[in-house]
Write a protein that binds this ligand. Structure first.
Ligand code: ADP
Ligand code: MG
Length: 609
C-alpha cells in the first residue's frame, strides 16, 4: 500500500498538510519521532496513517476518555478497526476488548496510561506484535506543562517490557523548549526526528471589540451566525449563568458549563454541544480540555482572559477543521480590574512561602499587562500573539481586526529604492539597525566614525518613523529583494529581485499602518469581518447538513465525525453526479463512499433537478 492511496482511501484527503509527510516518512522508516504542531494541525493522521501501513498493532496512549472515544469513532467511521481501553469499560467489556485485540481485530488501540501497568494488558502486549507506540498529548509527561500526569512516567518501563522495541512517536501542541526536552528525556526517545511547525492558525480571524453593551453585541453576532457552533467564555460562573439564561430566553440553543454544576449536568451539557443539540456553549475556562469538536466556528471571550497563553489555547478551539473561524474578544475596562483582584486574592500553592507566592503574583501581573496590551494595540493581532510565542511574522496578516481597519495599501517603491541604494552604498556590510540609523540621519558614534554621514543616502528618510522603515525592510526581505545573512552579526544585503526594483521600475506596494489618531479611530464593533467562505449554495449546504445530522443520530456519533463541514462545502462546490465524482470530495474515502455516497448523491441530485 502506498501512503497517498491510504490517505485518500481511508481519510479521504488528496494532499498532506504542512509537516505531516515528513513526520510520516520518518515514522515509516522506523525512526522515533516527535511532532510539535498547533491544535487542529492534523497530528492524529501522522500516526494513524503509518499505523495502517505497519504489520502489527499500534498502541496510542492518550490522557482523556473523551479524546479516545472521539478518535475511535472517527476511525471506525472511516472503516478502520480500532478500540479503546480505559476506565469507561466495565470488567467484562475490558476482557472482551482484550480478547478481540488478541484475535487481531484491531489495528489501532487507544489506551489510558494507567492501563499500561495492569497484568492482563501487559500479558496481551508481550504476546502480540506491537509495531508502534504513540504518545498523544505527550506534554503530559512533563512537570513543566500544565497537565502533568504521573502515570505517563511509566511509559518507558512498559515499552522496555515488550518483546521487540517498537517505533515510539510522540505528539503535542506545547512548544516550550523545556517541555520538548522533557518529552525526549522522560519517554526515552532514541535519536528522534523532531519537527515543529509554526504556531500560526491561518484560518482563524482575530478581533478585539469594545462594545458598550456586551450582551447586545453578543446577540447580534450569534443571530448573524445562527447555524454555526460556538463557545462563549466568561470569567466567572455568575456571568456564565447570566449570559446563558439570557440567550436561552432570546431563543438560542445555549448550554452552560462551569465547576459549580454537578458532574452529571456538565456531562449532559457537554454532550449536547458535541452532538450539535445545542450549538452554543457558555462556559468558564473549566470547559475545553479534551474537546476535539472540529466544527466550532467561533470562540467569543466575553471577558478578557488572564494571559495570552490561556487566550490562544481557548480561542484555538475554533476552526480545528481548517475552515474559516472567528476569535472575538470583547474587552471592557472592568475585565482588568477583575483579573487584578483574582491575582491579588489567589493564595497559590500552600507549599510555597510568602516570597515565592509574591513572585508568582508579580509574574501574573506582568502577563496580564501583556494581555491588556493585546486589547489596545493597533498592530496586527496575529503578529502580536505569535511574537509572544517567539515567532517572527510579517506585520500584516490581513485576517484580523487591526489589519482590516488600521492598514491601507501604499506604494513604497521610492522608499524601497532609497533603502536598497543605501545598503549598496555602504558595501552591504551592516545590520538592519545601522541601515535604519543612516537613512534616518542618526548622529550616533559609529556613523560619524565610519564617515557614513557623508554618503548620499544619509538622512533621506528622516521624516519616516523608525518602525515604518523597519517594516519596509522586513517586507523587502519577504519579497526576495533583500536578504539577511546567517552570520554571527547578521548583515542586510541585496537579493535576487533587488535589481527589478532599483533599475526595472518594478513597483512595490505593501499594507502600511494608517496614521493613528484617537478620534478618527473607526468603531471596531461595526467592522465587517472578512468573509473567507467560498461561494457555496446555502440552501444545498443546509440540506446536506440535515442529512448528516440524521445519519449522525442513527449512528450515535457527533455530526463532524460523519463528515466535516469542509466535506459538505466541497460537495456544494463539486456537485458530484456519481460515485467517481463523489470520491473526489475532500474527506471522502472508500468506506464513506460506500456508506453514505448514495444518500448524499440522491440529496444533491434532487436539489439539481
Ligand atoms: P490535532 O490533533 O493536531 O489538534 P487533528 O488530528 O484532530 O488535529 O486534526 C484536525 C482536523 O484536520 C481533523 O478534522 C482532520 O480530519 C483534519 N485533517 C488532518 N489532516 C488533513 C489533511 N491532510 N487534509 C485535510 N484535512 C486534514
Ligand atoms: Mg490531537
Amino acid at each position: 500500500m502506498e501512503k497517498l492511496s491510504v490517505l485518500k482511501d481511508y481519510f479521504g484527503f488528496t494532499s498532506f498538510r504542512v509537516g505531516q509527510e515528513e513526520l510520516i516518512d520518518n515514522i515509516l522508516n522506523g525512526r522515533d519521532t516527535l511532532g510539535i504542531m498547533p491544535t487542529g494541525a492534523g497530528k492524529s493522521l501522522c500516526f494513524q496513517l503509518p499505523a495502517l501501513m505497519f504489520d502489527g498493532i499500534t498502541l496510542v496512549i492518550s490522557p482523556l476518555i473523551s479524546l479516545m472515544k472521539d478518535q475511535v469513532s472517527s476511525l471506525t467511521q472511516a472503516g478502520i478497526s480500532a478500540a479503546y481501553i480505559n476506565s469507561s469499560l466495565n470488567h467484562s467489556q475490558y476482557i472482551k476488548a482484550l480478547q478481540n485485540a488478541k484475535d487481531g481485530k484491531y489495528k489501532i488501540i487507544y489506551v489510558a496510561p494507567e492501563r499500561l501497568s495492569t497484568e492482563e494488558f501487559i500479558f496481551f502486549t508481550q504476546n502480540a506484535k506491537i509495531s508502534m507506540v504513540t504518545i498523544d498529548e505527550s506534554h503530559c509527561v512533563s512537570q513543566w506543562g500544565q497537565d502533568f500526569r504521573p502515570s505517563y512516567l511509566k511509559i518507558p518501563q512498559f515499552i522496555c517490557g515488550l518483546a521487540d522495541r517498537p517505533v515510539v512517536t510522540a505528539f503535542t501542541a506545547t512548544a516550550t523548549p523545556q517541555v520538548r526536552d522533557d518529552i525526549i528525556d522522560k519517554l526515552n526517545l532514541e535519536e528522534p526526528y523532531i519537527l515543529t511547525t509554526g504556531f500560526d492558525r491561518k484560518n482563524l480571524y482575530f478581533s478585539v471589540q469594545k462594545p458598550k453593551d456586551k450582551l447586545a453585541a453578543l446577540k447580534e453576532y450569534i443571530e448573524r451566525n445562527k447555524t454555526k457552533c460556538g463557545i462563549i467564555y466568561c470569567s466567572t460562573r455568575k456571568t456564565v449563568d447570566e449570559v446563558c439564561s439570557n440567550l436561552i430566553k432570546s431563543g438560542f440553543a445555549a448550554a452552560p458549563y462551569h465547576a459549580g454544576l454537578s458532574e452529571g449536568e456538565r456531562r449532559y451539557n457537554q454532550d449536547s454541544f458535541i452532538y450539535d443539540k445545542s450549538n452554543i456553549m457558555v462556559a468558564t475556562n473549566a470547559f475545553g480540555m479534551g474537546i476535539d469538536k472540529s466544527n466550532v466556528s467561533y470562540v467569543i471571550h466575553y471577558n478578557m482572559p488572564k494571559n495570552i497563553e490561556s487566550y490562544y489555547q481557548e480561542a484555538g478551539r475554533a476552526g480545528r477543521d481548517g475552515e474559516p473561524a472567528e476569535c472575538l474578544l470583547f474587552y471592557g475596562g472592568q475585565d482588568v480590574v477583575i483579573n487584578q483582584l483574582l491575582i491579588d486574592n489567589s493564595n497559590g500553592n500552600e507549599q510555597l512561602d510568602r516570597d515565592a507566592i509574591e513572585a508568582i503574583k508579580e509574574k501574573d501581573r506582568e502577563l496580564l499587562k501583556i494581555m491588556t496590551f493585546y486589547c489596545h494595540t493597533n498592530d496586527c493581532l496575529r503578529e502580536y500573539i505569535l511574537g509572544y510565542f517567539g515567532e517572527k511574522t510579517s506585520n500584516y496578516c490581513g485576517n484580523c481586526s487591526s489589519c482590516n481597519t488600521n492598514f491601507e495599501e501604499e506604494d513604497v517603491t521610492i522608499e524601497a529604492q532609497k533603502i536598497m541604494s543605501c545598503i549598496k552604498r555602504v558595501g552591504q556590510r551592516f545590520g538592519i539597525k545601522m541601515i535604519v540609523d543612516i537613512l534616518r540621519g542618526s548622529k550616533n558614534q559609529r556613523i560619524i566614525k565610519n564617515n557614513l554621514h557623508q554618503i548620499s543616502t544619509y538622512g533621506v528618510m528622516s521624516d519616516v518613523p523608525e518602525s515604518k522603515v523597519r517594516d519596509i525592510i522586513n517586507f523587502l526581505v519577504l519579497q526576495g529583494c533583500l536578504e539577511i545573512t546567517n552570520s554571527e552579526y547578521p548583515v542586510v544585503q541585496l537579493a535576487k529581485k533587488a535589481g527589478e526594483v532599483l533599475f526595472d521600475d518594478c513597483k512595490i506596494s505593501m499594507k502600511v499602518q494608517k496614521h493613528y489618531k484617537e478620534n478618527d479611530k473607526p468603531s471596531k464593533t461595526k467592522t465587517k469581518t472578512k468573509q473567507l467562505d467560498r461561494n457555496i449554495n446555502e440552501e444545498l449546504f443546509e440540506k446536506l447538513r440535515l442529512l448528516r445530522s440524521k445519519i449522525a443520530q442513527e449512528q450515535r456519533v457527533p455530526a463532524y465525525i460523519v463528515f466535516a463541514d469542509a466535506a459538505l462545502k466541497d460537495m456544494c462546490i463539486k456537485m458530484p453526479k456519481d460515485s467517481d465524482e463523489f470520491l473526489q470530495v475532500t474527506g471522502v474515502g472508500q468506506v464513506k463512499l460506500e456508506r453514505y455516497g448514495q444518500a448524499f448523491l440522491e440529496e444533491i441530485n434532487s436539489f439539481r433537478s
